[in-house]
Ligand binder design. Structure first.
Ligand SMILES: [Zn+2]
Length: 312
């Protein structure tokens, strides 16, 4: 898939530091009686599951997993933590979107018998690009054996606009607002009785968001949609447990980034200088050097890169 190839190309160029074994540095935290989540993964390095969050919803009959982390090994650690909390079967996995830090642990849960659910565009992206990602861990700054035992497994159930799941006493709503955002198939997961929303990467809190393939105006519509829902506990794709205040911050960040990046890229093409200039004006968040650089490369310096490619 074009987008994945693009991300891979960019990641090759971005030096990633502190790549270590995939250690899970946080534990599943209780959000409400029936919802637990990783919400404070400290740093956004590949060796630390790119800081991605994930979580579970526990019903009377079944457990639903929201996002599966970056590999089968990470998913295995996640499943062991789930076992400490409940012995109910994990029947469903939902991918909020197709990116590796949210979906490449799918194979572990599929092998345990779970159905994998996602938006049709998430499914298509994994079907067309998942194997390519697995074939080249170095492109993502990962050790050669990072994806041992990991297979690319796409959702076997997919939807366009919404789906309702009954876990026994708990209803879970999967929603695509109709607007593309962080990715075309990014969805939100709402548990009304718990007043909880998993926002996936539509919300990054305290981390710079990856916007390389985003539809920014659609993303703003998604943030407005979530804001209107007025949910008490919002679990972002990256960062700590959040609220509408963080939705507002993200809503302000996106157009500001876009405006500044366009202004600066019109005058300067040196990536390092551009990143530094952007970090000077952006609000302070984690993973800036890495993500801001990637955003500039994928979204704002494409013309320059194409020119360079033509010269070669
Ligand atoms: Zn992510």
């Amino acid at each position: 898939m074009k987008t994945i190839v693009l991300i891979m190309n960019v990641l090759i160029m971005v030096p990633v530091q502190n790549v270590t074994a995939q250690t899970l540095k946080t534990e599943l935290k209780k959000i409400t009686a029936s919802v637990y989540a990783y919400t404070e993964v400290p740093e956004g390095t590949p060796g630390n599951k790119y800081s991605a969050n994930s979580g579970i919803v526990i019903g009377n009959d079944a457990v639903l997993v929201v996002d599966t982390l970056t590999s089968a090994e990470e998913a295995k650690g996640f499943a062991a933590e789930i076992r400490k909390i409940t012995d109910k079967p994990t029947r469903y996995v939902v991918n909020t979107h197709y990116h590796l830090d949210h979906a490449l642990g799918n194979s572990f849960f599929a092998d345990m018998g779970a159905r994998i659910i996602g938006h049709v565009k998430c499914r298509d992206a994994i079907l067309s690009g998942g194997e390519k990602m697995l074939g080249n861990p170095a492109a993502f700054g990962l050790p050669a054996d990072f994806w041992v035992n990991t297979r690319s497994v796409a959702p076997d159930m997919a939807f366009e606009r919404g789906m309702i799941l009954d876990l026994g006493g708990i209803t879970v709503k999967l929603i695509h607002t109709g607007f593309a955002s962080h990715s075309a198939g990014s969805i939100i997961v709402h548990i009304p009785s718990e007043d909880v929303l998993f926002a996936g990467d539509i919300l990054f809190t305290d981390f710079h968001p990856y916007i390389g393939e985003a539809d920014l105006s659609g993303w703003e519509n998604n943030l407005d949609f979530i804001h209107e829902m007025n949910v008490g506990h919002i679990i972002p794709g990256h960062g700590p447990l959040s609220s509408n205040r963080n939705i507002e911050e993200m809503r302000a960040y996106l157009p500001f980034f876009d405006k500044k990046a366009k202004e600066l890229c019109a005058q300067e093409k040196d990536l390092e200088k551009l990143t530094a200039a952007m970090l000077d004006v952006l609000p302070e968040r984690k993973s800036g050097d890495y993500i801001v650089t990637m955003n500039l490369q994928t979204r704002y310096l494409q013309d320059k890169r194409n020119e360079q490619a033509e010269k070669k």
